[in-house]
Design a protein. Structure first.
Length: 189
């Protein structure tokens, strides 16, 4: 099986609860959403085998591996995760949650950033729920996801633009925290 890989690189995790952790990112090409605010050119990719991906990940010598996209669950990651598991890595999935994954428990950490309403999410839980602000539509709001099973709830301003409105929304919500894209602030990918 060949995977469409946009890029494999090392960086500092810049979003969510794991901000600041050095990671290897596997950014997959393709996405099943067409968000006009997306900052990734996921249509650019190279075809790579699982062995090629593993070899590249190993070259960075970092234990934390982030599967991101595009949408990583468009690809069958089971074999890739098995190969990486044999070399003792920690797996973090960043997903929009619209694709069912029977092996989701193989991930150590799941970050969900929904782009559709809660009834269309195929996950039963996540470790970090990240909602973009201003809300991208009336179905994807903090209120609509208030009962989704998660350990943390993050309201993240689109393009890192912190406004009085998002601060007031955080005060209103109480159980949510502000999430910034720290990697953009410190100047890394």
């Amino acid at each position: 099986m060949l995977y469409k890989v946009n890029r494999i690189f090392k960086s500092i995790q810049g979003e969510g609860l794991l901000t600041g952790i050095p990671c290897v990112f596997i950014r997959f090409g393709e996405c099943n959403m067409n968000c006009n605010f997306c900052d990734t050119d996921f249509k650019q990719f190279t075809l790579m085998s699982a062995d090629e991906i593993v070899k590249t990940v190993l070259s960075f010598e970092l234990p934390h591996v982030v599967f991101t996209g595009g949408e990583p669950l468009l690809f069958d990651l089971f074999i890739l995760i098995q190969k990486l598991s044999s070399i003792d890595r920690w797996f973090h999935l960043e997903t929009n949650g619209t694709i069912f994954c029977e092996y989701v428990t193989m991930f150590d950490y799941i970050s969900l950033s929904p782009k559709v309403g809660v009834k269309n999410i195929k996950l039963d839980y996540c470790d970090c729920l990240k909602i973009l602000y201003p809300y991208i539509n009336k179905e994807i709001t903090a209120d609509n996801f208030k009962d989704f099973p998660t350990s943390a709830r993050v309201l993240q301003p689109i393009n890192n633009k912190v406004s009085k409105e998002i601060i007031n929304e955080l005060y209103r919500l109480k159980r949510w925290q502000l999430g910034l894209q720290i990697h953009k602030i410190i100047g890394v990918e």
